[in-house]
Design a protein around this ligand. Sequence first.
Ligand SMILES: Cc1ncc(C[n+]2csc(CCOP(=O)(O)OP(=O)(O)O)c2C)c(N)n1
Ligand SMILES: [Mg+2]
Length: 283
Amino acid sequence: MNTGTAKHGSNVSLARRAWAIRRNALRMGEVQGQGYIGQALGVADVLAVSYFHALSYRPDDPEWEGRDRFLLSIGHYAIALYSAMIEAGILPENELETYGMDDSRMPMSGMAAYTPGMEITGGSLGHGLGIAVGMALGLKRKKNPAFVYNMLSDGELGEGSTWEAVMSAVQWKLDNLIAIVDFNNQQADGPTRSALAQVPEAAKWQAFGWYAQEVDGNDLDAVVAAFDAARGHDGAQPRVIICNTTMCKGIPFLESREITHFVRVEPEEWAKALEILDGEKPQ
Ligand SMILES: Cc1ncc(C[n+]2csc(CCOP(=O)(O)OP(=O)(O)O)c2C)c(N)n1
Ligand SMILES: [Mg+2]
């Protein structure tokens, strides 16, 4: 059940949700003149499925005990999560213009103490999955049927602590834990595949004991099917969805940039990007 649709009406398509998330992100990027916009545009489809198909939550009560927890390890992706939470009605749209400013509830890097709905303080990469393991174990012990989702990046797969968490999740049979890897084949210094990710990812997680799927993370139907299969899987094991995404998805002149970890966007290009997006508004 997705209570998030109550505010907006349940007939809004996921494509429209993803479009709105991209639009919020571009507007926030424009406010600051910078931001991790490549990540936000790339992961918008996965966030649309998360917040408008998979997760149970109450927009006006972000700490509701029965909520599914969504943990963002990657603090620099905060712009993407704020964009989704604005669309979900957890955060007010009129705060969007404070993004990255002093005293804003939307700082550049995601922090639990600042932002309703932000479950953890991410940013020091490689810690999110470990926290998710602890949270999933705690929920189980409290007999709380909620799920823990952890969104992590392909760069975090090069952190040893991630693999300690991978093993402990199996040890504790955490069937209430779903890891979502945004595999955009990019990290700060270049392509992830040229770093520590030469081996097919899903097979690796499977070998560790996880129920693993790999999908095109910009194909909404495929992402919905993978999220459903992850949640519905009946093995006593944690689940992972490797989402292959394209950075800057939807804005071709940005997609073609060589360096996408931190895209340089000129002042006049924000308006151009919004114009392209507005020209492709889905129903
Ligand atoms: C432990 C740690 N090491 C290094 C960094 C610096 N850092 C910030 S983002 C980033 C890239 C990580 O890869 P990924 O999240 O896949 O990058 P993206 O897809 O956003 O380009 C790095 C190395 C950090 N935040 N934490
Ligand atoms: Mg990456």
